[in-house]
Design a protein around this ligand. Structure first.
Ligand SMILES: [Zn+2]
Length: 322
């Protein structure tokens, strides 16, 4: 390096990284100040799937976040996931499946009613070229607010005015039972009240299904209980291709795929959650299945690899053509 020291090279690259330029005119463009739309589109056989990003919530957590695990161990895992110790990174991705006959929306996002950093579904639908009135069918995985609140806006108007809403029978039976609501701890009562708000006045639009039902041609429902009693996952099949929609079988994979034995405080039945997670993840890993998870990093699509202690989520590469 004649005349050029390592230090000056580093200083130069640091300046370049900071956007310094010799031409002042080129530095005059103002910052745009907003991000691009969160849409990712891919094919499963002849189906077209559109992943819609609803945004992200940094969910407050305490020392009781994982049952029966010392918090120091949890902190270590959060460090390994580059997450803070007091919040769980919780992104939300819903899916539209265009089966060729119907537009089916799997879960509805937060409806802008959970965090100011989420509630982007309608804007992203517009960016994806889909009008809310064009959604024919909504299929719900479970009744937690981040999955059902997008049925209605905060003023209780339907966001998808023409959609039939299909819900798991066991979810309806558990959460709409007033005896269960009355017996629930105070914090959980809010979840019950929210479900009554969302489903009130729309009973004639709501159809219940039992797991095993094909809710639309090529979209099979499978029981995945634990996180909630009627928690449901979806197998989407077209031609020789398939996609496993894992719903909340695991929340963020950097925490729960790596630690499949962990029971989160918000799992209704922790032991059952773990059993369901391992069963589905083992199958997905063994069969090299393409999977998507509602709380996986956007576009929430990839594969699961079995590791010594758990699983690793391997994201797909972003494709620019279908
Ligand atoms: Zn969720």
């Amino acid at each position: 390096m004649s005349g050029v020291t390592r230090r000056s090279v580093l200083a130069g690259s640091a300046a370049a990284a900071l956007g310094a330029t010799a031409d002042p005119a080129r530095a005059a463009a103002p910052p745009i100040g907003k991000a691009g739309p969160g849409i990712y589109r891919y094919r499963i056989g002849s189906f077209e799937v559109t992943a819609l990003y609803d945004g992200i919530w940094y969910r407050p957590i305490g020392k009781d976040f994982i049952r029966d695990v010392p918090f120091a161990e949890v902190e270590h895992a959060l460090d390994a996931a580059f997450m803070p110790h007091d919040k769980l990174t919780t992104p939300f991705t819903t899916l539209i499946v265009n089966t060729g006959q119907k537009l089916v929306l799997l879960d509805t996002g937060t409806g802008g009613q959970i965090a100011s950093t989420a509630g982007m579904i309608v804007a992203n639908l517009a960016a994806a070229g889909v009008a809310p009135k064009d959604i024919d069918q909504i299929v719900i995985s479970h009744f937690h607010p981040d999955h059902i609140n997008g049925i209605k806006d905060k003023d209780n108007n339907l966001i998808f005015p023409n959609a039939e809403i299909m819900v798991p029978d066991a979810e309806w039976a558990f959460w709409m039972d007033d005896a269960n609501m009355n017996a629930a701890p105070a914090a959980m009562k809010e979840t019950f009240r929210n479900q009554r708000r969302i489903f009130s006045g729309i009973a004639k639009r709501v159809a219940r299904f039992a797991p095993g039902k094909e809710v639309a041609p090529g979209i099979l429902t499978l029981a995945a209980p634990g996180h909630t009693p009627g928690h449901t996952v979806f197998a989407v099949h077209s031609g020789s291709e398939s996609l496993m929609v894992l719903s909340d079988t695991a929340q963020h994979p950097a925490v729960f795929a790596r630690h499949p034995d962990w029971q989160a405080s918000f799992d209704v039945d922790g032991r059952e959650t773990v059993a369901t997670r391992k069963k589905l993840f083992d199958r997905a890993a063994a069969d090299h299945m393409l999977v998507t998870g509602y709380h996986f990093p956007f576009p929430a699509l990839g594969h699961l690899l079995k590791t010594a202690g758990g699983y690793e989520h391997v994201p797909v590469e972003w494709q620019t053509t279908l």
